[in-house]
Design a protein around this ligand. Structure first.
Ligand code: F6R
Length: 643
């Protein structure tokens, strides 16, 4: 959601910025822009376009503009529609300041009024433009850039990341961070700024994460950083390992398809990583150490002895773990669906009660801080604004917080008490696929690891659980292969004709059915509603007709399966069209279905993971039939950094 890329250095900025914006496209946007201090006349040149970065590239290349310092942006509309006026960069009246911005300036209305009263003209309806005008005025009042920025941040309330370019300071850039991610890549004779390290992964692996509530003044050879009180902040440079940063489609038609197929490998990597960090003689720092010793340790996996150091990685004291009475899971969207599945794991395996919260709701509910609890935040990106704010809220009560994420360089990792990184590799398609299956896998592993610690399972059972995950990852992939041809040749065409679907699940397959309904809605734009199958007769049964296929996801628990069969009969008795995701041997359900996918049996708790690949592939193919922009669905953003 919105992306910032900026450059100052010995080279030219245009190609880097445009390429960086392309790499951040996955975050979601609807317009884009570029501005630089033109090498020829030393004044601003800029281009803004509505739509894709490719359109911006074309216009910038036609305009033949370039310079040694520049800023670029992809905008996801919040304040004002997606048009050229509202696209970033924005300028002050005299066009001496140019700015790009992620986030929201909460005080924008009162600032705008003040600025209009003192004679400023506005060209857009954005909250961002007020910052350009305000900063232009502050530069006239203050003698230094530092003081002007300090005054600016004292007036600008909200959560934001800013990159500012000034004609009167043509060798410098300013980067401001307040509750929105912004990083600096340190080069030789050049520096890079971006809202995600992916923008400059091939330029440098030396990264400075601007701390929250701080800003940096950057030129080609130096970076000075200050907090919002004006104190100098030391520049701590980290070496970031970019081994996963290659974001090519590798021959797949869409990122989503590539990522669906990457799941088995991503789960395998995640489990070997967990074994590795959970084992003895491990240097926990390796996560940021590009020369990590992972390979050496991997060879010892069969003789693994689990180490209690894992709890240190998670920021937990042994005593806290022993006394744990409740686990709270907090997330949004697909990650929340994963939490609802994970609840079954923890309650069944660790015998610890779990509360699951939607992060956007949690923040505004009464909060009763309790000792003997831990809060686990699950977020692919580690940046989702609501989840991040929920984390900050819990942190403010000094309770244990853990983040499970795919992005180790994310804000949540830096702010949580501990973290567990998944090894899914970058997920580019807006619709989450491999992150979802890795979230489920890593928490299945952690649930067993907690149970091992509490003496509820043996070492052998721990190893069996790891093997079960690997076997299920195999099933996830092989089931796609089994039905690939039939789905892509006939079934997708048939189901793409329907205008609405109902999804049903029960017990552990209910949150999975919610995830399936979300996947269908977000990428195909087909209306889908999900219910717990047992609720059918309490109202939704009135919706059953031939024009509304019912997609039912089975379970491997015999008792619950029998209940599902009864629900399937209710559907068929009303002439409903039933599609089932069933397991081998579930003949009653298969016979009742108009179409069924039969999946090899796995451990009952892993039933959703086994069905994940096929469910995603089926929905992907339906969407492809409809010709939708699968990787970048309308109105959506990959990283939801505004509330
Ligand atoms: C749907 C999807 C979203 C995200 C949600 C949370 O496919 O990707 O629902 O799951 O925006 O994002 P993260 O996990 O990054 O916190």
């Amino acid at each position: 959601m919105c992306g910032i890329v900026a450059y100052v250095g010995k080279g030219h900025c245009k190609d880097f910025i445009l390429e960086g914006l392309t790499r951040l496209e996955y975050r979601g946007y609807d317009s884009a822009g570029f501005a630089c201090i033109n090498s020829e006349h030393k004044r601003f040149s800029y281009v803004k376009t509505v739509g894709l970065v490719s359109a911006l590239k074309e216009s910038v290349n036609k305009a033949l503009i370039d310079g040694h310092v520049g800023i670029g942006h992809t905008r996801w509309a919040t304040h004002g529609i997606a048009n050229q006026e509202n696209a970033h960069p924005h300028f002050n009246c005299s066009k001496s300041v140019s700015i790009v911005h992620n986030g929201i300036i909460e005080s924008h209305e009162e600032l705008r009024e003040k600025l209009i009263n003192s004679g400023h003209d506005f060209y857009s309806t954005t909250d961002t433009e007020v910052i350009a005008h305000l900063f232009g005025s502050l530069l006239k009042i203050h003698h230094t850039l530092k003081n002007a920025v300090l005054d600016l941040v004292s007036q600008a309330a909200g959560a934001y990341a800013l990159a500012l370019l000034m004609e009167d300071y043509p060798d410098q850039l300013i980067a401001v961070r307040r509750r929105s991610p912004l990083v600096i890549g340190i080069g030789e004779g050049e520096n890079f700024i971006a809202s995600d390290v992916l923008a400059f992964w091939d330029k440098t692996n030396k990264v400075f994460f601007i701390p929250d509530n701080s800003f940096a003044i950057i030129n080609k050879d130096s970076v000075q950083c200050y907090d919002f009180a004006g104190n100098s902040v030391p520049i701590k440079i980290q070496d970031v390992d970019f081994k996963f940063a290659n974001t090519d489609k590798q021959g797949f038609e869409h990122y989503m398809l590539k990522e669906i197929y990457e799941q088995k490998k991503a789960i395998d990597n995640t489990i070997s990583f967990c074994r590795f960090i959970g084992s003895k003689d491990v240097c926990l720092k390796h996560i940021f150490d590009p020369n990590n010793k992972r390979k050496e340790c991997k060879s010892n996996i069969d003789s693994i002895e689990y180490s209690e150091e894992i709890w240190q990685q998670l920021g937990l004291e042994i005593e806290q773990l022993k006394n744990l009475k409740q686990i709270n899971l907090i997330a949004a969207g697909t990650s929340w669906h994963a939490c609802r599945i994970i609840q079954f794991f923890i309650e069944t395996i660790c015998k610890i009660p779990v509360h699951v919260f939607l992060s956007s709701e949690f923040r505004y509910m009464p909060f009763f801080p309790k000792v003997d609890t831990v809060f686990i935040f699950i977020s692919q990106s580690g940046e989702t604004a609501d989840t991040l704010e929920a984390l900050r809220l819990v942190n403010s009560y000094n309770l244990p917080t853990i983040v499970v994420t795919n992005v180790v360089s994310s804000t949540m990792v830096r702010e949580a008490g501990g973290f567990l990184p998944m090894q899914a590799g970058p997920e580019i398609s807006v619709a989450s696929t491999k992150a979802f299956s890795c979230q489920i896998s890593i928490l299945y592993w952690l649930a067993h690891r907690i149970a091992l610690f509490r003496g509820l399972i043996s070492l052998d059972q721990m190893r069996v659980a790891e093997d079960d995950l690997l076997v299920t990852a195999e099933v996830l992939e092989s089931s796609i292969e089994t039905y690939k041809w039939e789905i892509s040749q006939t079934l997708a065409k048939f189901y793409a004709k329907f205008e609405r679907f109902i999804f049903l699940g029960r017990h552990i397959s209910y949150p999975f059915a919610m995830e399936a309904a979300l996947k269908l809605k977000e990428i195909s734009y087909i209306f889908a509603q999900c219910y717990p199958a047992g609720e059918l007769k309490h109202g939704p049964i009135a919706l059953i007709d031939k024009r509304t296929p019912i997609i039912m996801f089975s379970v491997l628990d015999d008792l619950i399966y029998q209940k599902l069969v009864a629900n399937a009969q209710e559907v068929k008795a009303r002439n409903g069209h039933l599609v089932s995701f069933a397991f081998e041997g579930q003949n009653e359900l298969i016979k009742l279905s108009d179409c069924s996918f039969i999946i090899p049996r796995v451990k009952p708790l892993l039933a959703p993971l086994a069905m994940t690949g096929l469910m995603q592939f089926f929905i992907y193919q339906i969407t492809k039939e409809l010709g939708r922009p699968i990787d970048k669905p309308r109105n959506l953003a990959k990283s939801v950094t505004v509330e």
